[in-house]
Design a protein around this ligand. Sequence first.
Ligand SMILES: [Zn+2]
Length: 463
Amino acid sequence: MLIRNAEVEGRRCDVRIACDEITGLGDRLEPTAGEEVCDAACGALLPGLHDHHLHLNAWAAALRSVRCGPPQVTGGDSLARALRAARPRDGWVRGVGYHESVAGALDRDVLDGMLQALPVRVQHRSGALWSVNSAGAAALGLDAGRDAPGVERDAAGRATGRLFRLDGWLRERLPETGRPSLSEVGRRLAACGVTGVTDATPGNGATELAGFSEALAKGELPQRLVVMGTRGLPEPPAGGGLSRGAVKLVLDEACLPEFDALVACVKDAHDADRGVAVHCVTRVELVLAVAAFRLAGCREGDRIEHASVAPPEVVEGMASLPLTVVTQPNFVAERGDAYLADVDAADLPWLYRCRGFADAQVPLGGGTDAPFGAGDPWAAMRAAVERRSSGGQVLGPGEALTPERALALFTSRPEAPGGPPRRVAAGARADLCLLDAPWSRAREELSGARVRATWCSGARVLI
Ligand SMILES: [Zn+2]
């Protein structure tokens, strides 16, 4: 394959791909007999993007679920209408993306007022909470005394229908529907020029790994894949486009682990030659995680996911550790208006920082957190540059990045978010994203609509 008239790092260039590698770059390369030619028409040819934090199976499931939060659903009435209109899949109506701005705290009584005839489960947009109606509570056996830490009960012992961080528990009690196809997710990623992703789901183990292997082998997902997960996540066989990432730990300020236990978890992962990625969305969670890394010892591959609230004194402490932050600037655009209303004023200036980490020399990579954020890295880049909420408010203007630095959030090597950007160069893997305009024009709007073609490991993906 010969890509002619591309713009590579500001210069007009022809680029040759053979198998999964870039084999040549030059001012003028002639096609060999039978070689396929793509005229790039002076569009920018970039390294394919890597989304450093998302959740593939949850995204595939979300595509088949009812949207239960803004912007599609903004009040109790519209939520009730959406749930009643939904087609049940596994006997249940499944909703995602709920936020309290719709109808307050969502429990079984509120849901019963919307739909009683079928079991309903609705996921909070944080991913940490499922709410079920009474039919759902009955199907799960909650009223028959089935219990687990995370099943909320009122003072009288009645289940409220709210289930905290119980995804695995819930899955075991729902009808078996098999692995969701990742074809549509793979297609949407390719349409944005994404050639690799890191799945950051904490519960990923042998079963999920086998599912991902199958999805890659079947071509559902053309991207290469780094899988984070449990300490027990097996090492995948080499050569399948799949590699094992960090052990994912989730901190929840409402029920933090003992500090010593957290330190022991980090050490244990390191002993198994694994990095550790810690989910931190509050100031306290970040302080605890950084202290644990400091005591346990910090190594390459250790990461903080989100670092949603990062005050300067904590960032300063992080700079002396080999610790990477993987941020989601898209939340500034998607949730900025709610943050302005809900977040403690003392935390607001330190929300989803970008420039602050870069200035402190803390490596910073980007992920979209799809499906909890919209799975479009270009929207995330735009938010990193503009820092503007959907309602037009600017959050932390001093945290803005240049378009080039915003792009770099998504172009570092899969295993090194925040490291040097990959380059379109001879010998590099042919993971490529071609835009329909030169970079000087594309940088002004950072839109996924400009992606004209995507090559994953040298194969052009139809989008
Ligand atoms: Zn996540």
